[in-house]
Design a protein around this ligand. Structure first.
Ligand code: ADP
Ligand code: MG
Length: 620
């Protein structure tokens, strides 16, 4: 395969040198690092011999990460940041304000949490965790790392993935690739060595539940569906036990308890839960700050309490399977992931639901890191070519031509295939009934600098005003590297498509040359892109003025006003023929200034037309 190779161009390694690469499971609750040593993938311990690090950072006099940080959660909750993964790639608006941290109200888009060491972003907090894992690995392996595969939930969007990559960069890690957590788990079980199959990955962690349905086809994983609940996890089981403990000690509400007592009680409930995974009955002897609880809790009691949460999880499984478009009988393997799947009741219920045994041989809290390590080993070039075909990637981005000879990337380079991505576009002119779809490959911003793969036209778009039609363009690359592009107008449903073979005729050398060119030309491209964008904007303004003047220029404007607008439009037209971005910008601004009143009058008129025959009260 010339184009769809797994290694980055120019990065293949000499066979004798072993490159140190690790897999990192950056979890909401816990994080781990693993590596392949002497052919075996295993998680790496820290100095204290612990493999699992709580994803906790404490900002005090100094910055502490992991277990040391977690110990301070009770006494210094506001400076002890936990579950930070929930905020990754999210804006302050999306952030869950119910968490107990103080958010900086001035943070613009990225939320900032106020700590004793100043305000910090979720990316920086994650970077601290990654940095600690990197050190932990380098200490054990005895050398610097060449790269890491970092796992992310399958449902993470671009912003969340980018935030994770940024965190790795800050931590000084070279990210070989982000890998979906369920795929990593499947790799750990060696399921990738099979030819075909449907795999369900059931991941019940500390605070989140994710279920993914994967399809393995010709050695490539495809995510068929994901479902889950971002507020269902081990913590909820802890809460059930916390309530039980309070009930047994006659306390009806947590309102009377201090934040610190509550944290201490939660910690007690959590260890009680974990003990109940091993024992049929556990003695509780808790005392903190004047509150004392002495009682016995049985596994039976706990299982009964858990029933509601498990029903909820299984309902989500059902949805994932339905979304994947397969039947229960089509499932070949169920992989258990996440510390909470250590609970025997979880294993039983899931196994009952799928009517088959579930895979539990590999530690459910280590399985993701182990799979990531196996993948890192392959990507670092420690495996022979033959074994590298597992996850193929696109070596160059695939994009579509947009107005002004610009390329909009639809699928970025290095995306694992098979993949499908869609983006919506719209019409540029009033009454436009056809649209050209020009498929391009390459990293550069201008059509002329990319490789043209195919062109086709979508005809029969219903005539609408500019910008009203919704045209969805979908790029789909299958496991064999074949690209299928389709365009559909969403209102009428009309559709056109074409199949392209992107690998045709492009050698590895050509790929390398194109990549080098794209890096060398970044500056030029940025300038060229913004000039073209300005020209497109100019064209849009001219078209808008023309169509407005034709519609009501004579009724809404005096001759003098109209004259001014026409002059500004002529000026804009002239400047847009030359290549001075600033001058075009000024000409656009002038057009906007002289037509501001006109725009307002048109708006009034439109509202009047729309409200004709209605009572003003209806709109209040
Ligand atoms: P995440 O993926 O969210 O980082 P993990 O997979 O590490 O989380 O799972 C953490 C959860 O697993 C915690 O709620 C913890 O209490 C739970 N857990 C760990 N060990 C056990 C056990 N033996 N029995 C029950 N729950 C456990
Ligand atoms: Mg996890």
């Amino acid at each position: 395969m010339a184009v769809l190779q797994s290694a980055e161009p120019g990065e293949s390694t000499a066979p004798h040198e072993h490159r140190l690469a690790v897999g990192i499971d950056l979890g909401t609750t816990n994080s781990l690092v693993a590596s392949v040593r002497s052919g075996v993938a295993e998680t790496l311990p820290d100095e204290a011999g612990e493999h699992i690090q709580p994803s906790v950072v404490h900002y005090g006099e100094t910055i502490l990460v992991g277990r040391e940080a977690e110990k301070l959660a009770i006494q210094d909750p506001k400076n002890t940041l936990q579950s930070i993964k929930r905020f990754m790639g999210r804006s302050l608006q999306d952030a869950d304000k119910s968490s107990l941290y103080d958010f900086d109200a001035n943070s613009e888009s990225v939320p900032r949490i106020i700590t004793r060491q100043g305000s910090v972003t979720p990316i920086e907090v994650s970077a601290k965790i990654l940095e600690a894992l990197k050190l932990q690995a380098e200490r054990t392996l005895g050398d610097e790392l060449t790269g890491a595969v970092v796992t992310v939930p399958a449902y993470f969007d671009d912003a969340q993935r980018q935030a994770t990559k940024d965190a790795a960069k800050i931590a000084g890690l070279h990210v070989l690739r982000l890998l979906n957590e369920p795929t990593a788990a499947a790799i750990a079980y060696g399921l990738d060595s099979k030819e075909e199959g449907n795999i369900v990955v059931f991941d019940l962690g500390g605070g989140t539940f994710d279920v993914s349905v994967l399809r393995l086809h010709k050695g490539v994983f495809e995510v068929l569906s994901t479902a889950g609940d971002t507020a269902l996890g081990g913590d909820d089981f802890d809460d059930l036990l916390l309530e039980l403990l309070l009930e047994k000690s006659g306390i009806s509400t947590t309102a009377s308890l201090s934040a610190n007592t509550l944290r201490a009680l939660k910690t007690e409930a959590k260890s009680l839960k974990e003990l109940l995974s091993e024992h049929d009955q556990v003695k509780v002897d808790f005392s903190y700050d004047g509150l004392s609880i002495k009682t016995d809790v049985t596994k039976q009691q706990f299982n009964e309490l858990s029933d509601g949460l498990l029903k909820k999880a299984l309902l989500i499984c059902r949805k994932a399977i339905r979304d994947a478009g397969i039947d229960l009988a089509d499932i070949n393997n169920i992989v258990m992931v996440g510390g909470s799947t250590r609970m025997p009741v979880v294993r039983e219920k899931v196994s009952d639901f799928f009517k088959r045994p579930v895979l539990i041989n590999i530690d459910p809290d280590k399985v993701v890191a182990i799979g990531a390590a196996i993948q890192a080993d392959v990507l670092a070039g420690n495996k022979s070519q033959g074994e590298m075909l597992l996850l193929d990637v696109l070596p160059l981005s695939l994009g579509v031509e947009t107005m002004g000879g610009l390329v909009e990337k639809i699928i970025p380079r290095n995306t694992t295939i098979p993949v499908a991505k869609a983006q919506e576009f719209t019409t540029f002119k009033d009454g436009q009934t056809a649209m050209m779809v020009h498929v391009l490959q390459g990293e550069r911003d201008l059509v002329d600098d990319c490789r043209s793969l195919a062109k086709f036209e979508l005809r029969g778009i219903p005539a609408m005003v500019a910008g009203a039609a919704k045209i969805r363009i979908t790029y789909q690359v299958d496991a064999d590297g074949l690209l299928n592009v389709s365009a559909q107008e969403l209102q009428s449903g009309i559709q056109a498509e074409i199949q392209v073979k992107p690998s045709f005729g492009l050698s590895e050398d050509e790929v390398t040359t194109m990549l080098k060119a794209s890096q060398a030309n970044v500056q030029d491209d940025v300038r060229a892109r913004s000039l073209r964008e300005q020209k497109v904007e100019a064209q849009r303004v001219i078209i808008a003025i023309d169509s407005a003047l034709a519609a009501d220029g004579d009724t809404l404007l005096s001759d003098e006003e109209k004259q001014k607008i026409v002059e500004a439009r002529e000026n804009l037209y002239k400047t847009s023929q030359a290549d001075n971005e600033d001058v075009i910008k000024e000409a656009i601004e002038l057009c906007e200034q002289v037509s501001a009143d006109y725009v307002a009058r048109r708006m009034d008129q439109n509202i009047k037309t729309a409200m004709a025959g209605h009572n003003i009260e209806e709109y209040k």
